[in-house]
Design a protein around this ligand. Structure first.
Ligand code: GCB
Ligand code: CA
Length: 896
């Protein structure tokens, strides 16, 4: 036995040792020169007038303009240039320029000549470049100029979507030099070789290798193609060999099917066992190795059923995971590979087994990670919200579909190919018009074509079309019939209705389409990590409401057998430049922040999905809090604290004191915790296993209701008017308290009402408008209209008082936004208001209003100091002259 092993090892070694002549791949990411804007030939050559910036790839020119106070981001041309130096021996090779991705159209020039172009921002592509290179003068090099353009283009999906179409060469760029005989390098950016695993069972499995070999030489060639399968320990499991005759300047297909491999180790998320296939092309005469291809092989089989959900390797498996967008704070979409891999690791560590790579194919490192760590994947092309009814749009969509499938084909983690997303969300033409009806037909026709192409390209996987929650519409247009699986993006209890609408929707699908498997491809709620509420409300964007949402959805997905699975929208927060939000430009539905810090919901999923024991204190990243006592005689403030765990019982200690134990239910238990003024140490652990624990350090500022309290001497306070949520500033970590009415001895407003945004009743507090000049939008987005006074009954001393204002009414037309299903575009009134503000009877702001400092949608802060004497406290009076008085926030600080 031992001898046999050694023998096998030597074979492996010899086989690998021969690999010296395979293709050479060389990244050319460093030291490009970049110009943002339009250029012509003359500008390109004139180094004086064109100012080039030094950049490295991956690169995007939209790193920062997507977050500034202006709507819109640069969508246009960007130019890259660089001299590349090629080995003179490459003259006899086939040289390619290989892009992993550039958004969204790319044109390449070498030494002044046009090489080619590519359409679409999310797939790889390559160009043969031999004829453009010069090899005679190696030191001179070759100048590559690349024009990338991310302008709106009616012919290219996506036309419209809730994410940012960042421009640039945002993935790796390579030169590849191969022998003249090589695996097909011009097959839509793919490996040119495709591995499948037909007839897999627990006892046997086959593998098949199929592809084209290209002979770029002037003579015909005879070659041997050898494919070997190795197990995880690099022991050879099977060998296939075939001879081929290659004509000159042609491509020749080969196909190798193995005999049954006995007792294969199966691939699954729990045990992602990977074999590898290595295929070489040898010159028949010289035995010289001409090219090498390798790919991971996972033996697994799977099925989606309409009544019992998903099965992997014969066993039922609920698919739970998340969608992933590819951008990152301050990096746009230009991430180092390791950050993409880390996102997959985050899904794994959450206990997830599933990812929807949405809404477009992503960096190859994503699926590589899925294969390795065990995450099942669905991948899709970006036809989002609407189509263009033209031949070019159709061709581009089909081309992208083929590129996606071929490029990601050799990933055992992939089980579903999808296309389109919520394609009936923003249809063209008027409702009920003839054109609209035709448009629907055209969408269905395109869907059918994409479906056919997908099945033709890859009959081994499922197809899916994800829709928004308009069941009858999609069903009547035919989009639920075409794909093998229907995906539903469901937001009951968020954009529409209440939580319970979810189950009703799912039951309806099951009844009306009893044969159609389904996945909940999206579910999520905005969670602005700066906002909290004791009384969470739908659409308030607090962390607390999002928690309720996720709890409801996870239960439904787990409990309903016919739901194959669900993917959270979204693993990560992402930029959607046009979004008006509490955090403008951001979609905050991620359960991990844009800079990859987990939110409470992430810990909840861990507690529900992980098998290993976990305990996590929810809200532990909310480290600075405040509380208002009901009496100054109290020494602690009670606040609920949720602990997430899959352990049976949790014990909690606060500041060394044992608060007792509580049983968990559905992954959590809520303790009512007494917090003292200052720092609090919270420890939570599994009662039966104290080593499974978490701790948090939470600082509290307690306010006595009476500001003259000597036990809790007043230092400073911030109140957001028109708001019942708590807000913590990111930069300063200061808390803003909800508003309250004034009572004697305390603080609060007199008169007026909390602003409600007209036309969008589902926003519970204020407006969602972007307020310029601040990072703390929620303070300015909420307001008390018609306020008469604001009082603080503080003791005598010197104080600094700041009033915060923002005018909402601009007189502009507010457009209905892509993502906001409820909103219609509407013209709003233009404000005209003038009022005086007096502080303790003295005129502070005279005729304050829209004709001076109060400009629409801009933050205005007005600060003053005041000496309080004779126990009079502070009274801020608002005297209306024209229109209503307003106040958005107020802050008071004691100087001495
Ligand atoms: C959806 C879309 C997705 C959006 C999401 C949202 O249904 O498919 O692209 O980002 O809703 O958050 O509104
Ligand atoms: Ca406010």
């Amino acid at each position: 036995m031992i001898q046999k092993k050694i023998l096998l090892l030597t074979t492996v070694f010899c086989f690998l040792a021969g690999f010296s002549q395979e293709k050479m791949k060389q990244s050319i990411n460093s030291n490009w020169q970049f110009y943002k804007g339009k250029l012509n030939q003359a500008d390109l050559e004139n180094t004086k007038t064109t100012i080039w910036e030094d950049v490295n790839l991956p690169h995007s020119w939209n790193k920062f303009d997507v977050m500034d106070d202006q709507w819109g981001y640069y969508r246009g041309e960007g130019w890259y240039k660089k001299t590349v130096y090629v080995n003179p021996q490459w003259k006899n090779k086939s040289v390619y320029l290989y892009f992993e991705g550039a958004n969204q159209t790319t044109e390449v020039f070498i030494n002044g000549k046009k090489v080619g172009s590519h359409i679409g921002g999310y797939t790889a592509f390559s160009f043969p470049i031999n004829e453009f290179l010069q090899f005679e003068n190696p030191e001179k090099g070759n100048q590559i100029v690349i024009k990338v353009d991310n302008s709106y283009n009616d012919d290219i999906p996506p036309l419209d979507a809730d994410f940012t179409f960042y421009g640039g060469i945002y993935r790796d760029l390579y030169l590849i030099a191969s022998n003249e005989v090589h695996f097909d390098m011009t097959n839509r950016g793919s490996d040119g070789v495709f591995v499948t695993t037909p007839d897999v069972s627990a006892t046997s499995a086959k593998f098949q290798v199929k592809g084209n070999i290209e002979n770029n030489s002037k003579s015909s060639k005879e070659v041997i193609v050898i494919s070997k399968l190795f197990d995880k320990n690099n022991l050879e499991v099977a060998t296939l060999s075939s001879s081929l005759k290659l004509k000159s300047n042609s491509k020749t297909e080969f196909l190798q099917l193995s005999k049954a491999v006995q007792n294969p180790k199966l691939w699954s998320p729990d045990e992602p066992y990977l074999y590898k296939v290595v295929t070489v092309v040898l010159d028949k005469k010289t035995k010289e190795q001409l090219d090498l291809f390798s790919a991971p092989v996972g033996f697994r089989w799977f099925s989606f059923t309409a009544d019992k959900g998903f099965f992997l390797n014969g066993k039922p498996a609920k698919l739970i995971g998340a969608n992933r967008h590819q951008d990152y704070k301050d990096l746009a979409n230009a991430l180092p590979d390791i950050l993409a891999e880390k996102d997959m690791q985050l899904i794994k560590e959450m206990g997830g087994n599933f990812v929807r790579v949405a809404h477009y194919p992503q960096d190859p490192s994503v699926l590589e990670a899925c294969d390795r760590i065990g995450i099942l994947a669905m991948v899709e092309t970006p036809e989002v919200n609407r189509i263009t009814e033209t031949k070019v749009f159709e061709e581009n969509s089909i081309e992208m579909q083929r590129e996606m499938i071929r490029q990601s084909f050799n990933h055992p983690s992939v089980i579903v190919w999808a296309y389109m997303n919520e394609i009936l969300l923003r249809p063209r033409y008027d409702d009920k018009s003839v054109e609209r009806q035709n448009y629907y037909k055209n969408v269905a026709t395109l869907a059918q074509k994409l479906e056919n192409v997908t099945r033709e390209e890859d009959p081994t996987r499922y197809t899916m079309l994800p829709n928004h929650g308009a069941f009858d519409l999609y069903n009547s247009v035919g989009l639920t019939k075409i794909p093998m699986i229907v995906g539903w993006n469901l937001y009951h209890g968020w954009y529409n209705g209440e939580f319970g609408g979810l189950e009703k929707f799912l039951e309806n699908h099951h009844r009306v389409l009893p044969d159609k498997p389904m996945v909940i491809t999206e579910f999520g709620a905005d969670a602005d990590r700066r906002m909290r509420s004791d009384n969470p409300k739908k659409f308030d964007k607090t962390m607390d409401y999002a928690m309720l949402y996720h709890k409801h959805y996870l239960n439904a997905i787990e409990n309903l057998d016919y739901v194959a699975g669900g993917t959270i929208w979204n693993l990560v927060e992402f930029n959607s430049e046009g979004r008006a939000e509490s955090w403008p430009h951001m979609n905050n539905k991620g359960i991990i922040s844009w800079d990859r810090i987990p939110k409470d919901a992430y810990y909840f999923y861990q507690a529900r999905l992980l098998k290993k024991p976990v305990v996590s204190i929810g809200s532990k990243s909310w480290t600075n809090r405040s509380g208002v006592l009901t009496s100054e005689n109290e020494s602690v403030f009670y606040q609920d604290l949720e602990v997430f765990s899959n352990e049976n019982e949790i014990t909690l200690k606060v500041n060394g004191q044992n608060l007792g134990s509580q049983k968990t239910k559905e992954g959590s238990t809520i303790f009512n915790v007494p917090f003292k003024n200052g720092n609090n140490i919270v420890e939570a652990f599994s009662t039966s296993n104290e080593s499974v624990k978490d701790f948090a350090s939470i600082h509290f500022t307690l306010y006595a209701p009476n500001l003259s309290s000597t036990k809790y001497p007043f230092e400073n306070i911030r109140i957001s008017l028109g708001d019942q949520r708590q807000f913590t500033e990111e930069l300063t970590q200061q808390n803003w308290l909800p508003e309250q009415t004034y009572t004697k001895g305390s603080w609060g407003y007199v008169g007026g009402q909390a602003y409600k945004m007209p036309g969008n009743p589902q926003i519970p507090y204020g407006t969602n408008k972007l307020i310029k000049g601040t990072e703390n939008d929620p303070i300015y987005q909420t307001q008390r209209e018609g306020i008469e006074a604001f009082n603080f009954d503080v003791p005598d001393g010197k104080y600094e008082l700041t009033l915060y204002f923002a005018e909402f009414l601009s007189g502009n037309t507010r457009e209905a936004l892509a993502y906001n299903l409820a909103e219609k575009s509407q013209k709003e009134e233009k404000a005209f208001r003038v009022f005086d503000v007096l502080v303790n009877g003295q005129l502070f702001l005279e005729n304050f209003g829209n004709n001076n400092y109060l400009e629409p949608e801009k933050a205005v802060d007005m600060k003053t100091t005041i000496y309080v004497k004779d126990g009079k406290g502070i009274q801020v009076d608002f005297k209306q002259k024209t229109g209503k008085t307003i106040l958005n926030g107020i802050e008071l600080k004691r100087i001495f």
